[in-house]
Design a protein around this ligand. Structure first.
Ligand SMILES: Cc1cc2nc3c(=O)[nH]c(=O)nc-3n(C[C@H](O)[C@H](O)[C@H](O)COP(=O)(O)OP(=O)(O)OC[C@H]3O[C@@H](n4cnc5c(N)ncnc54)[C@H](O)[C@@H]3O)c2cc1C
Length: 456
């Protein structure tokens, strides 16, 4: 073997960090890496998950871009593993594959009425406001009262995007259709519900604080949620993050509630029971059971049932990975079963030769972008030392995979294509003083990337 040919599927942060770490690692052989993504543009959830009004985090794209711009990783966008390229193809052309396909869909919330019209998954809404090519352009923002279920940062992103005045998003990269949709939204009340108490939330302080800084939005908190039990008091006293969160919430409790056009209500100790529908099968109310602390940091039901009238509900109860053709999948956790990134057969725990995982598809949809770096380090260590389990490809030349994609008529996009799209989006933003305006339709993204359409 002259060169280790490695395919990485998924050009989100995990895939790009894995490629970077593999190239920089001390090793006794050359490597040649091809990075595939089903989307025409790289960066995964940094481009299509992180909220547009978080420019600092979106800025991580610059660091990822620097890695790609070195030019030693080949990028193949618009190539869907399982459809455009299969596991057998990869075995023919590579010695190993690293899956970095993340977790892109909503976890389920199994309560009656969750499929009613007006009930949405946070991931779909996030995809819409972040201009993902595969979701509809229009989002039905007709509700005045909305419930958001969940007490993590995605719930905060969704609530903030729903409540924030659209004008305050104009400086961001949101697509025009998103701006127009949000601007026309009649929403007045966004209710966020968490099963547990303020000392058990999964928000991070920075993201929570942002809610209180929104223009023309009152924060509404309820005294009954702040009768802390001993476990909560201990959590606040012993954990700095919980302490800061409590401080932020206590400050809001003291703030006079004015006459803002919109209100953001934080409800704690609320266990979802049912989404109640009207006669037309549309969301009409959210029914929940009031819980109380169980003295161990958990909660128990009180039997008290409450109902809040709403016309739309968003479940932000976590993301979930999707199975990949021919690759073992742990249905319970939504991940590729693995030991430190080495894929394992489900049940037997035997190693699956040549197959590795990193990022959210390896460890589940928790953790920040930075965590995908340490993840990748661990996985790459095993790739480098895994010679015994590498495949023996028949056609490892770099040209062979290009010939394959061409023969199948796959309109793949490459690094130069990303530069074309990037420049196009920046140019779209310039006349309006915006950093960029995202191109949303997939066909348009591909045509601009492949220089098949005039670049305005
Ligand atoms: C709404 C939201 C907001 C977030 N905000 C922040 C934040 O502010 N700060 C922070 O640090 N972290 C944030 N995160 C977390 C961060 O996005 C993740 O930690 C990180 O993106 C996980 O990286 P990944 O590469 O594993 O997955 P992803 O970023 O999801 O990348 C996976 C890639 O694989 C591709 N793919 C999937 N299936 C296939 C297939 N079959 N064939 C080819 N390609 C495929 C996808 O198109 C995607 O590009 C946020 C997450 C969400 C959901």
């Amino acid at each position: 073997m002259t060169k280790l040919r490695v395919a990485i599927v998924g050009a989100g942060p995990a895939g790009i960090y894995a490629a970077d770490i593999l190239l920089k690692a001390e090793r006794k052989f050359d490597v040649s890496i091809d990075l595939f993504d089903r989307l025409p543009a790289p960066y995964g959830l940094v481009r299509y998950g992180v909220a547009p009004d978080h420019p600092r985090i979106k800025g991580i794209i610059n660091a990822l871009r620097e890695v790609l711009d070195r030019g030693d990783i080949r990028v193949f966008g618009n190539v869907d593993f399982g459809k455009d390229i299969t596991l057998d193809d990869l075995k023919r052309h590579y010695h190993a594959v690293i899956f970095a396909t993340g977790a892109v869909r909503d976890a389920d919330l199994n309560i009656p009425g969750i499929d009613l019209e007006g009930s949405y998954g946070a991931a779909d809404f996030v995809s819409w406001f972040d201009g993902h090519p595969d979701v509809p352009r229009e989002w039905p923002l007709t509700a005045t009262s909305v419930a958001v279920i969940g007490n993590g940062n995605v719930a905060l992103d969704v609530s903030r995007m729903l409540a924030k005045p659209a004008e305050d998003l104009l400086s961001t990269e949101i697509p025009q259709n998103v701006y127009e949709g949000l601007k026309a939204s009649p929403v007045t009340d966004v209710h966020v519900f968490g099963r547990r108490g303020p000392a058990q939330v999964k928000f991070t302080p920075l993201e929570l604080r942002e809610l209180g800084e929104l223009n023309d939005v009152d924060m509404i908190l309820y005294d009954e949620d702040f009768e802390y039990d001993e476990a909560s008091k201990t959590a606040i006293a012993s954990n700095k993050q919980v302490m800061v969160i409590d401080k932020v919430l206590q400050k809001w409790r003291e703030r006079p509630v004015g006459n803002a056009s919109r209100r953001l209500h934080l409800h704690f100790y609320a266990r979802p029971l049912e989404v109640v529908g009207d006669d037309n099968g549309h969301v009409a109310a959210f029914r929940y059971e009031r819980t109380r602390p169980d003295a161990e940091g958990g909660v128990v039901g009180t039997g008290e049932i409450r109902e809040v009238p709403i016309q739309a509900i968003y479940r932000a109860v976590g993301y979930f990975g999707s199975p990949l053709d021919g690759i073992p999948f742990d249905k319970r956790h939504g991940v590729i079963p693995n030991r430190e990134g080495v894929a394992l057969h489900k049940g037997s725990n035997d190693v699956v030769p040549g197959v590795y995982a990193t990022g959210w598809i390896k460890r589940g949809p928790v953790g920040l972008i930075g965590h995908t770096k340490s993840d990748a380090m661990e996985t790459i260590r095993h790739v480098i030392n895994g010679e015994g389990s590498w495949w023996n490809p028949e056609a490892p030349s770099e040209q062979a995979v290009i010939d394959l994609l061409d023969s199948r008529g796959v309109k793949y996009t490459d690094l130069e294509g990303w530069h074309n799209l990037d420049q196009h989006e920046i140019a779209l933003g310039e006349p309006h003083g915006r950093a960029r305006v995202k191109v949303v339709p997939r066909d348009e993204m591909i045509a601009i990337s492949r220089a098949e359409a005039p670049v305005n």
